[in-house]
Design a protein around this ligand. Structure first.
Ligand SMILES: Cc1cc2nc3c(=O)[nH]c(=O)nc-3n(C[C@H](O)[C@H](O)[C@H](O)COP(=O)(O)OP(=O)(O)OC[C@H]3O[C@@H](n4cnc5c(N)ncnc54)[C@H](O)[C@@H]3O)c2cc1C
Length: 715
């Protein structure tokens, strides 16, 4: 305590760790070291704050192990991780500010809707308590407000987003190394013991995670080792073999990425380096040596990283996507709220072997291949007509890499709620998909030993096997393996009638669009006449007020950070007390997005939401509701227009492609030409920058479109 008294208070910064559990490439840590003499690393365990999205069993295990690894790393550099248990993160931080006399709290941004609101409030409260609050980007290659279309609006198709990433004027910054040493933390400062902290709901739950440590090694070292292993041994085969669910060459890096044990920038630059090595080796070998394959594997892998960026991007711009469909007319799907079907799906008892094997793998290990996540998701939504939010929550509870933005992106996609997703009414042929992902049936046989003796041609559809084949395999359908819970024909009929309900609601929406800019009150009536089934919402759903607050928080964050130069390291940005995030929350500052009441009708989109969230002082309740509904209507119309444009573009591309096919050289020759052009020009800026000529670009775009569709949906 004596040491504490001697310190100048403004020289202490609290460094809050959340999903950035690493010391290298951690901008908040670097900024804290630049700004203050004493840095106190802090982790607050407050799962209740996450509402229904508290971590599940496997992700709790991963988090605990990662914290232990971080704690050891900090200790090795002379510091100490202060762990506190709290109902609310901000309360624990305020307590720590009082105990340490810290002048500032630094942390890295999060982009999920729950964190957006919490961090906004946290900054406000800490600033009111006199502490400066600053946050940085450690999570993304490009922050969401830097990737916009020519109208300054967010992209709503993955391909347009991906193309923009490749055309960005700056490469993502090179990752910073970890510090060589860290300032000591006051030994009297209390920290809860990680081993006795109630991380799990029960002792049994903790014991059930025992097997995980034999397969995974959480923490920065484990993440770096896995990345190297993947890059050296599997990346080169990524394009060809990523779809095989049994002999997968995927990186399996997602659990490390989720808690930030490894940074996206580190992975990105490591892949670029490897790509350059391969290109040099191929050039030295006179153009052979698999240079094209390696390049396409690197590009495909970069595209996977871009999906993650896209999930945060959409979550930031549409911060309701974890609970509501992006295409809002899909809120009126007549779901089949059947708990028995839901349980059969969760337990892997549907009678469709690939689904059952994958769901058992998830239940047992917390892991599932991306393709299986898609196929099982499609089965739940389109075969069983279960609300996608149920599936999202189940994945969230079970996955080792549970991540709200990626989970929401996946479920929006499988349920047809996105402009570039297969439409809701399109059914997938599950046995055919199974035969392409698991051609030898090895995966299914491993997880469903009862099917082990079935011949391969029946292993994905045992109901098609003749009786003598079933007898020879010791199988009795309905006894030791279930009949299909629903036949494909019944599923198709049920989906078609659900799609008809949606079509009816679309027609209603079209009628609304035809009406020429109705006044606000009339729009409110139109929105409220839309079919809406509140019973399909998850029980503990966040209210729409939360979505509005998240939109306001996102807008505030964008305003605060869009002026900061993208690649300037934290030490070149304003220090404590200079103009930064914290000042926006000072006592005299206007609340985020507070708007002049008289001008409210002119506000559009997110600004309107921000104004609505500023509270009853700024706008009346009815006006807030009106603005919110107006925004929902605008979003919906906007997204639907984009969907139409996108489908039109797809059609044009297909026609163009058909015409070009006759005049094109063989694909091998074309790739050679492409890579030679690329070699002569040198790489441009942006993600894996290309800068190819118009024709080549269009053709590439078509290829990427197909790759994206087949990667996520196998079609
Ligand atoms: C319905 C559904 C739910 C999903 N839920 C999650 C989730 O909770 N957490 C999660 O991390 N991923 C989720 N994904 C995305 C994807 O399945 C996983 O990221 C991927 O399987 C992780 O394996 P990997 O690390 O070997 O990926 P790789 O193929 O090696 O890709 C490398 C990295 O890119 C990112 N990535 C790849 N594909 C996607 C994608 N489609 N969306 C977002 N990021 C991607 C991941 O960070 C991944 O680690 C979900 C996908 C679907 C369809």
């Amino acid at each position: 305590m004596q040491q504490q008294a001697e310190r100048a208070p403004e020289q202490t910064v609290l460094l809050l760790f959340r999903k950035d559990l690493r010391l290298d490439d951690n901008p908040a840590l670097l900024a804290a070291l630049q700004a203050a003499k004493h840095v106190v690393p802090v982790f607050i365990w407050s799962p209740e704050e996450e509402g229904q999205f508290q971590p599940g069993r496997c992700s709790r295990w991963w988090l605990k192990q990662s914290l232990a690894a971080l704690s050891a790393q900090l200790a090795a550099l002379g510091s100490r991780l202060i762990i506190r248990r709290g109902q609310a993160c901000v309360e624990a931080l305020l307590q720590l500010v009082r105990e340490t006399g810290a002048a500032a709290v630094f942390f890295n941004h999060l982009f999920d809707p729950i964190s957006l609101v919490r961090d906004h409030d946290m900054k406000q409260q800490l600033t009111e308590a006199g502490a400066v609050c600053r946050s940085y980007n450690a999570d993304l290659l490009y922050e969401p407000w830097t990737v916009l279309d020519s109208n300054g609006e967010p992209f709503t198709t993955f391909m347009s987003f991906w193309q923009q990433l490749q055309a960005m004027p700056q490469q993502p910054p090179v990752p910073w190394p970890p510090p060589a040493a860290l300032p000591a933390v006051d030994p009297d400062l209390h920290s809860d013991n990680l081993d006795v902290l109630p991380f799990f709901a029960s002792r049994e739950q903790e014991q059930a995670t025992g097997q995980l440590s034999s397969k995974w090694s959480p923490g920065c070292e484990g993440g770096a080792a896995r990345m190297e292993e993947f890059i050296q041994q599997q990346l080169q085969h990524f394009s060809h073999r990523k779809a095989n669910v049994d002999r997968c060459v995927c990186s399996r890096l997602s659990p490390w990425i989720r808690v930030g044990s490894i940074s996206m920038r580190r992975i990105y630059h490591r892949v670029l380096t490897k790509q350059a090595e391969w290109a040099a080796a191929a050039a030295a070998a006179g153009g052979g040596g698999g240079g094209d394959d390696h390049a396409s594997s690197c590009r495909d892998f970069m595209q996977q990283l871009a999906y993650r960026e896209y999930s945060r991007y959409l979550s930031f711009h549409f911060p309701f996507m974890h609970e509501r469909p992006l295409l809002s007319h899909l809120r009126c799907v007549p779901w089949n709220l059947d708990q028995h079907a839901f349980k059969a799906w969760k337990m892997g008892m549907t009678g469709y072997p690939l689904i059952d094997a994958a769901m058992k793998q998830l239940w047992s290990t917390g892991w599932m291949h991306n393709r299986l996540r898609v196929v099982c998701g499609v089965f739940a939504v389109k075969y069983l007509l279960l609300p996608w939010q149920w599936g999202l929550k189940h994945y969230w509870d079970q996955l080792l890499d549970a991540d709200l933005e990626s989970d929401a992106l996946g479920w929006q996609y499988v349920s047809g709620c996105m402009v570039d997703a297969p439409p809701f009414g399109q059914l997938m042929d599950i046995p055919a998909e199974a035969a392409s992902f698991d051609p030898d049936g090895e995966f299914v046989r491993r997880w469903l030993p009862v099917l082990a003796r079935l011949p391969t041609q029946h292993v994905h559809a045992p109901w098609t096997a003749p009786q003598e084949v079933l007898d020879a395999a010791d199988m009795e359908l309905g006894f030791n393996y279930p009949f299909p819970i629903v036949t494909q024909e019944d599923a198709a009929a049920r989906l078609a009638s659900a799609a008809a309900v949606i079509e009816a609601s679309l027609q209603q929406l079209d009628q609304q669009q035809e009406q020429q800019a109705p006044p606000l009150q009339q729009q409110q009536q139109l929105v409220s006449r839309q079919p809406y089934r509140p019973s399909t919402e998850p029980v503990q759903s966040y209210s729409r007020a939360h979505h509005t607050a998240a939109a306001a928080a996102a807008e505030h964050m964008r305003q605060q950070h869009s002026n900061v130069k993208l690649d300037s390291p934290p030490h070149q940005q304003p220090g404590i007390g200079a103009a930064g995030d914290g000042e926006a929350f000072g006592a005299g500052a206007a609340p985020a997005g507070a708007a002049d009441t008289a001008a409210e009708v002119q506000l559009s989109g997110i600004q309107a939401a921000a104004a609505a969230a500023a509270g009853p002082g700024a706008l009346g309740q009815q006006q807030q509701d009106g603005l919110w509904q107006q925004q929902a209507l605008q979003n919906d119309v906007h997204l639907r227009q984009r969907q139409q444009q996108h489908r039109h573009q797809q059609l044009q591309q297909r026609l163009w492609h058909q015409q070009q096919r006759q005049h094109r050289p063989s694909s091998h020759k074309r790739r050679r030409q492409g890579s030679q052009e690329q070699h002569h020009r040198g790489g441009g800026p942006g993600l894996a920058g290309d800068g190819q000529q118009q024709q080549q670009q269009e053709w590439e775009q078509q290829q990427r479109q197909q790759a994206w569709m087949s990667q996520l949906f196998g079609q």
